[in-house]
Design a protein around this ligand. Structure first.
Ligand code: ARG
Length: 659
């Protein structure tokens, strides 16, 4: 169907335009389209249509040459094929259901198309035609266009179409993966993606909620970057607000010479608590704190300096965490938007959206019971104002195509109201720009209550990371790894396991749920944990090394050897490896990273099944000498490891050579 574009050149009649539209949609789904041309206005302007057709053909050619190197999303590929088959079988069915999934059992083939049942229902409902799904399935099967991936299809049960993939197709894809590395199919136009994550508050504790945001956000950025997008990573620090009045007032008292001598604030939390206590109990202090806010907001240099000093203390603390976890992010806190807030308020006023309530300026957004407060009665701005300003800046200045807010579920109403306000005032159209709250649940302790230390305090993140390190080392020593690894290797394994496990534990749970933080669970090397996967990975990488096959030999073999997939377990593993793009492309849609973890776990266990029943290297029983190397199997090991490594990279986990 890709080559049939030429036939649409004179597609000016209604029906052809419909076909073309469907074709483009399918190509977009297939992920092989360099542009997503808008089809508006297509109906009436032939010239435009011609232009677009040429444009499309050109980009199709480009994509085709590119796609030789990138992996294929087999699921989308099959969807394209079945889409065409359904279209041919039932040309006037609008939006027929297109369901393709990997089969759970070998006897049901490799993939299944389950559209027949849905189509049968539609025919019954909209046309009162009673057609049994099996008959529909047969009609679809008869209309499958020529393609390179399907060996045969079978109709099973009430109307499932079981798809058997061609061995040579799968084998070629695996070779290409080994030669070209892991590359996603082109995702269409390169998009600007803005990710708001981590975002702790100055002078307050960076807590486990921020840890979740940091871990999930970093991983999301890596995924979008890998998919070829341009990602802006923003730390929306809580660095502005009335709390700075009391902090500065307290700073003036405690460190009167702060302008010349850097104040040695060791514990900013304690400093915050002290100033808060004074604010609540000392009238004089409270008054002065308010004056400080005014002076800070008027950008008095001394006060800006004081503010900066305080921010710096927090910044350094945050940076320690980011360094440990290998987080890349740029700071663009609430203060960054301060100058824009006046205009934001004015814009809402000019467009008639503002009501005054008890001196406050509020904005009601249809569908949301609680209004946004864009100006307080004292003239100050709020969290709502800064988020509106940030939204506008990201849309209109940064020109973001996709904005993602990795923020706890507790702020869902706030963010949804802000987003809806942005649409109401005309900053963006959700059909064009995607603005998403990637919400996540709370972190619980093993007692299923809010995550606290034994004494009931909030857990300091840095302590948590340190405990992770300690526990990882204990575990490694338990397994007597200290006896076989050099001190450097041991240390590398320790950090890899500790931080890898903390990240993975978070990422492997559906972010929408609350999750129980348990060192014991995350460091267990059985089950779906980073510890297990890291061990599995090092073991896979060691197979070729122990057979004295180096990278160069593998690379050469990848070009020359055919990957035989005759053994049932080779076949299963090969298909599993190739599902990687399908998994990632789904996450780009739903932003649920745990599916990547589930996939990696499945890949590792599928690998074990393969390894248990297929010899990669055959040795003499007596001497232990290598008598035969089954190169194509080593290539399967290598392909598995390559995909795992990429998966780890997206999750922000660093594997080590030896463990
Ligand atoms: N600083 C906020 C908090 O700690 C999170 C900010 C999230 N991002 C945003 N644009 N509102 O709760």
């Amino acid at each position: 169907p890709r080559d049939s574009m030429a036939q649409y050149q004179f597609a000016f009649q209604e029906n052809e335009i419909k076909l073309l539209t469907a074709e483009i949609e399918r190509l977009k789904n297939f992920g092989c389209l360099g542009v997503s041309p808008s089809l508006e206005g297509l109906r009436d302007e032939n010239a435009k249509l011609k232009y677009r057709l040429n444009f499309l053909k050109k980009s199709l050619q480009e994509e085709r040459s590119k796609s030789v190197k990138s992996m294929i999303n087999i699921n989308s590929c099959l969807q394209e094929i079945f889409g065409a088959a359904i279209q041919a079988a039932y040309p006037d069915l609008e939006n027929p259901p297109l369901v393709v999934t990997p089969s759970q059992q070998p006897k049901f083939g490799d993939y299944q198309c389950n559209s027949a049942m849905g189509i049968s229902q539609i025919l019954l409902k909209t046309r009162e035609q009673k057609v049994i799904p099996r008959e529909i399935a047969e009609k679809i099967a008869k209309n499958i266009p020529a393609n390179e991936c399907i060996e045969k299809v079978e109709i099973a049960g009430p109307g499932f179409i079981n798809v058997h993939l061609r061995k040579d197709f799968v084998s070629k894809q695996l070779s290409s993966l080994l030669i070209n590395g892991v590359q996603l199919p082109a995702v269409g136009k390169r998009k600007k993606v803005v990710v708001d994550f981590s975002s702790p508050n100055i002078a307050k504790e960076m807590h486990v909620g921020h840890l979740r945001s940091t871990i999930i956000g970093e991983s999301m950025c890596r995924l979008f970057e890998f998919a070829g997008h341009d990602v802006l990573r923003l730390n929306h620090l809580g660095d502005w607000g009335t709390q700075f009045g009391m902090l500065i007032a307290h700073l003036q008292d405690k460190f009167p010479d702060y302008l010349t001598v850097s104040p040695p604030i060791g514990d900013l939390q304690a400093f915050y608590k002290e100033s808060k206590r004074r604010f609540d109990t000392e009238e004089e202090f409270k008054k002065r704190a308010y004056q400080c806010v005014v002076l800070l907001q008027s950008k008095n240099p001394d006060f800006i300096k004081a503010w900066n000093l305080i921010c710096d203390v927090s910044r350094k603390e945050f940076q320690k965490i980011y360094n440990c976890l290998d987080i890349t992010i740029i700071e663009r806190g609430e203060s960054f938007y301060h100058e824009m807030m006046k205009d934001i308020v004015k814009e809402f006023e000019d467009k008639g959206f503002v009501q005054v309530d008890d001196g406050r300026k509020i904005v009601f957004v249809p569908g949301f019971p609680v209004p946004l407060t864009i100006m307080k009665s004292d003239g100050g701005y709020t969290y709502d104002t800064s988020d509106l300003a940030a939204l506008k800046h990201r849309l209109c200045e940064e020109k973001g195509d996709i904005l993602i807010y990795v923020v706890d579920s507790g702020q869902s109403v706030h963010l949804q109201t802000v987003f809806a306000a942005g649409q109401m005032i005309g900053w963006y159209d959700p059909k064009v720009t995607r603005v998403a709250h990637a919400a996540f649940g709370v972190v619980l302790g093993e007692d299923k209550k809010k995550f606290k230390t034994r004494s009931g305090d909030t857990v300091r993140l840095i302590d948590l990371l340190e405990e992770g390190l300690k526990r990882a080392m204990d575990k490694l020593k338990d397994k007597e790894r200290d006896k076989v690894l050099t001190p450097e290797e041991l240390k590398a394994a320790q950090t890899s396991v500790a931080f890898g496990c903390i990240k993975y534990a978070d990422l492997s749970h559906n972010r929408l749920n609350d999750y129980v933080f348990s060192f014991d669970k995350m460091l267990d090397d059985r089950g779906n944990t980073a510890a297990y996967l890291l061990y599995a990975f090092t073991r896979i990488r060691a197979i070729a090394r122990l057979a004295n096959i180096d990278e160069q030999m593998l690379r050469k073999a990848a070009r020359e050897e055919v990957l035989v997939l005759d053994h049932e377990k080779e076949w299963k593993l090969g298909k599993c490896i190739l599902r990687f793009p399908e998994i990632l492309q789904k996450i780009l849609e739903d932003l649920l990273l745990h599916t990547l973890c589930d996939y990696l776990y499945e890949l590792a266990t599928t690998f074990t099944e393969f390894y248990d029943s297929c010899y990669c290297v055959e040795k003499d029983r007596q001497t232990g000498q290598i008598v035969k190397v089954n190169m194509w199997r080593l290539l399967l090991c290598e392909a598995t490891a390559t995909v795992m490594a990429k998966g780890f990279d997206i999750l922000g986990i660093k594997p080590v050579q030896k463990m």
